[in-house]
Design a binder for this molecule. Structure first.
Ligand SMILES: *[C@@H]1O[C@H](CO)[C@@H](O)[C@H](O)[C@H]1NC(C)=O
Ligand SMILES: *[C@@H]1O[C@H](CO)[C@@H](O)[C@H](O)[C@H]1NC(C)=O
Ligand SMILES: *[C@@H]1O[C@H](CO)[C@@H](O)[C@H](O)[C@H]1NC(C)=O
Length: 383
């Protein structure tokens, strides 16, 4: 139901969204003037200027399959200091130069990269990227790390904001991951061979050696049961609930060669993405813009409500009725806004302006990405 609703809504609302994006960011002369002023006087001593974030990129003109492991994007091994993290898709795009190979980029560069290299649908790409940026990026310099915290994103924002990158626990990175261990066990973002072996075992058991939706549903449930039984701090709710299910569908939606039609991933390709951060040889991106298709099927196999282990005890799972779930996507938006108010209690100046702008970019993608019309919230006022 979810993905059907999603697909229908994406189609229906797509033109509406393009419209609302331009309505939300008109060519306000006041705003343009401020952009010019900033352009001539921006620098804060560390070589990092304050950036006035541009609106997110629109969809590319061509959205079919094509060779993306091409001559212009050769894979290169990591250099010292390059950032990589919990997201195999972004890791791979960085290692092929679709974003800066150091793993630090602006959200608009990341949207362009996921569209170009993986054919991610425009509004969905905007939603996930700006969500990550608002939570874990440097909003003044408009830079985000796909791995850990790095000076390459610029001077620290005032705490409790952290600009900590994708590795920060609980947003993109989170418990019950398929190839990354729970943060409780220490390393929450590196490829974990033991877990990947489980991915292979399940693909053998339920998919005849391939990762397909049946495998995804079984493995998703198994990973949650594992965490309930072993991680006293297990938490799977709000943003992580959505990214957890998304993570299960992504390998089928984005890592299967676009010339194939069978929607199942072979193990050599899976290892190439997850471990080596490398497109398989001659890899063609998926044949149409994709997002989280399949999560309804994955969820439907073993419905699981958001929650976590209570009182720091294993095998003590409690549903959290306050958390967003697939029937309450606007609660997810409200939770994101609440989290941001915790991170940025009293923003001023450029930080405040950029928060307002980035929140607007996020909201502009909500109805298409989540299939829900959520009232826009203005915790920091309007520009
Ligand atoms: C890999 O994950 C397993 C299962 O969560 C965990 O027990 C193990 O410590 C992890 N290994 C490393 C090297 O992090
Ligand atoms: C995630 O892992 C990194 C590096 O191992 C660690 O510094 C960080 O504290 C971890 N995050 C959490 C919330 O445990
Ligand atoms: C996954 O593969 C298995 C084994 O071939 C098959 O029985 C199952 O129907 C497949 N699932 C889907 C959703 O195609």
């Amino acid at each position: 139901m979810i993905s059907k609703a999603f697909v229908v809504l994406t189609t229906l609302l797509f033109s509406f969204n393009v419209l609302s994006t331009s309505l939300a960011f008109p060519n306000d002369p006041e705003l343009l003037k401020r952009q010019e002023i900033e352009g001539t006087s921006s620098s804060n001593g560390g070589g990092f200027g304050a950036v006035n974030p541009p609106p997110p990129p629109g969809p590319p003109r061509f959205t079919g399959t094509k060779l993306v492991h091409d001559r212009a994007h050769p894979w290169k091994p990591l250099r010292k200091g390059d950032e990589r993290g919990p997201c195999p898709g972004m890791n791979t795009l960085a290692s092929h130069g679709y974003i800066s190979r150091d793993g630090v980029a602006s959200p608009s560069q990341m949207v362009t990269a996921v569209q170009e290299g993986l054919n991610m649908e425009n509004q969905f790409a905007i939603f996930v990227t700006y969500l990550a940026h608002l939570m874990n990026g440097n909003l003044v310099t408009d830079l985000l790390s796909i791995g850990g915290k790095t000076r390459k994103t610029g001077p620290d924002p005032p705490p409790p904001a952290h600009a900590g990158g994708f590795n920060v626990h609980g947003t993109f990175e989170g418990d019950g991951g398929m190839t990354r261990a729970d943060a409780f066990f220490g390393d929450n973002h590196s490829f974990n061979e033991t877990l990947f072996q489980k991915f292979v075992d399940f693909s053998n058991q339920y998919g005849d050696g391939y990762y397909n939706l049946t495998v995804a549903g079984e493995l998703r449930f198994q990973r949650l049961q594992d965490s309930i039984a072993t991680n006293p701090q297990f938490s799977f709710k709000n943003v992580r609930y959505f990214t957890g299910y998304g993570e299960s569908a992504f390998p089928i939606n984005f890592f299967v060669d676009g010339r194939k039609t069978d929607r199942k991933l072979d193990m050599a390709s899976a290892r190439s993405f997850f471990k080596d951060m490398r497109f398989p040889p001659d890899f063609h991106r998926t044949p149409k813009p994709s997002s989280n298709e399949g999560i309804a099927e994955i969820f439907g196999m073993h419905p699981f409500l958001p929650g976590g282990n209570a009182d720091g005890k294993v095998n003590n799972f409690m549903v959290d009725p306050a958390s967003a779930d697939f029937t309450k996507p606007c609660v997810l938006y409200e939770d994101i806004v609440k989290t941001l108010q915790g991170l940025y209690p009293n923003p001023t100046g450029v930080l405040k302006r950029n928060l307002i702008k980035n929140l607007g970019f996020l909201h502009s993608s909500l109805s298409a990405a989540l299939g829900a019309q959520c009232d826009q919230l203005f915790p920091y006022g309007q520009l």
